[in-house]
Design a protein around this ligand. Structure first.
Ligand code: PMP
Length: 358
């Protein structure tokens, strides 16, 4: 029996996608081999790879002003590569701090030798909101994390900046349509909403690639190498890209990002309503900045939180409800693949647990 999986990432994949992969594992499109076993230069692989890129662009409704590339090393590897590729000599790189992921990105940028600094932070309130600042800046770029997986904060509207916005969307990738007019780079590890671990997908406004065209750095660090070679300069993580390609098709078949977003809003509202209507659970985040992907909450009692998630796992087949170690408490990650039915099963468990312990 499969578990009800609420893990923050890697996370649950849609069952339909898993079944398709299972069917194709021994013989991809009846060709007698799996996609893992053939050359990345073969037409079989290349067709799938190109479809993945085309579908990603179609879902976000972006044109050829943007390049979609696949880079190994996950989102963390991009923390330094983004800085190396897009920093300008005479302009600082500005980071809006919503904790772990933006801090790490800023630290790595400094290690990469660029002038990076935090210009706004929600640290004063333990990161339970998204800092709102007027960005009258002239920087190399403004860096944000659109959804903080640890605290469950999410930008409802991306900030308007004079400088190109770099957005770490690892935990809300392909979850809703975005206004790209201000976005320079949208990127993320794909193992939460768009596939399995193995690479980061970056959607880069082409003019920004000029910034690193003539910079001296190893080829594999330079995003131009990926853009110029359709992310096939060397052997890419073929199986992970194959799963990503399947997820793109799955989202399209569901009706695209607007449909996905509507479903996500409904699922999240369902859980936040239970939390807000109880005197037992408490949400971590301000109403305005709550994530629809990671619902972070607590009973306010460490022992009860521990009992809540361990009982859920042992007795109700619900995985992954323990909060991130930095925050503690409880976290339900309800990415695109989480069904409303599954979320309601959690809701019923929450109500029952409150009835017994509240
Ligand atoms: N950014 C965010 C928002 C994340 O949630 C994570 C991982 N949980 C990362 C970056 C790091 O991703 P990776 O493990 O792919 O390096």
């Amino acid at each position: 029996m499969r578990q009800y999986n609420f893990s923050a990432g890697p996370s649950e994949l849609p069952l339909e996608v898993l079944k398709e992969i299972q069917e194709e594992l021994l013989s991809y499109k009846n060709n007698g081999f799996s996609i893992m076993e053939i050359s990345h230069r073969s037409s079989y692989y290349e067709q799938m790879h190109n479809d993945a890129i085309k579908d990603a662009k179609e879902l976000y409704g972006i044109n050829d002003d943007y390049e979609v590339i696949f880079v190994q090393g996950g989102a963390t590897m991009q923390f330094s590569l983004l800085a190396m590729n897009f920093s300008l000599d005479n302009k600082p790189c500005e980071y809006i701090d919503t904790d772990v992921w933006t801090q790490k990105a800023c630290e790595e940028a400094i290690l990469a030798g660029v002038n990076a600094k935090i210009v706004a932070s929600s640290k004063d309130s333990k990161y339970n909101y998204i800092p709102k600042i007027a960005l009258n800046n002239d920087s190399s770029y403004t860096y944000i994390c659109s959804n903080n997986t640890v605290h469950g904060t999410q930008y409802k509207q991306l900030p308007i900046s004079n400088s190109p916005l770099i957005v770490d969307a690892s935990s809300d990738f392909f979850s809703k349509k975005l206004d790209f007019s201000n976005i320079g780079v949208l990127y993320g590890g794909v193992q939460k909403n768009a596939g399995i671990a193995g690479f980061a997908c970056l959607i880069i406004r082409k003019d920004l690639l000029e910034r690193s065209k003539n910079k001296t750095m190893p080829k594999m660090f330079n995003y131009n190498t990926y853009a110029d070679n359709n992310s096939l300069f060397n052997t890419p993580p073929t199986f992970a890209i194959y799963v990503y390609a399947k997820i793109m098709k799955w989202i399209k078949a569901k009706g695209g990002l607007d449909v996905i977003n509507q479903e996500n809003e409904i699922k999240a509202k369902y859980l936040y309503d239970i939390i807000d209507n109880s005197n037992f659970y408490k949400a971590y985040v301000n109403n305005d900045d709550r994530s629809v992907m990671n619902v972070c909450f607590t009973t306010g009692n460490d022992e009860l939180d521990l009992e809540f998630w361990s009982k859920a796992a042992k007795e109700h087949n619900m995985l992954g409800l323990k909060g991130h170690k930095k925050l503690g408490g409880l976290r339900a990650s309800i990415y695109n693949s989480a069904s409303l039915e599954k979320v309601k099963i959690l809701g019923e468990y929450m109500k029952e647990y409150e009835r017994v312990r509240g």
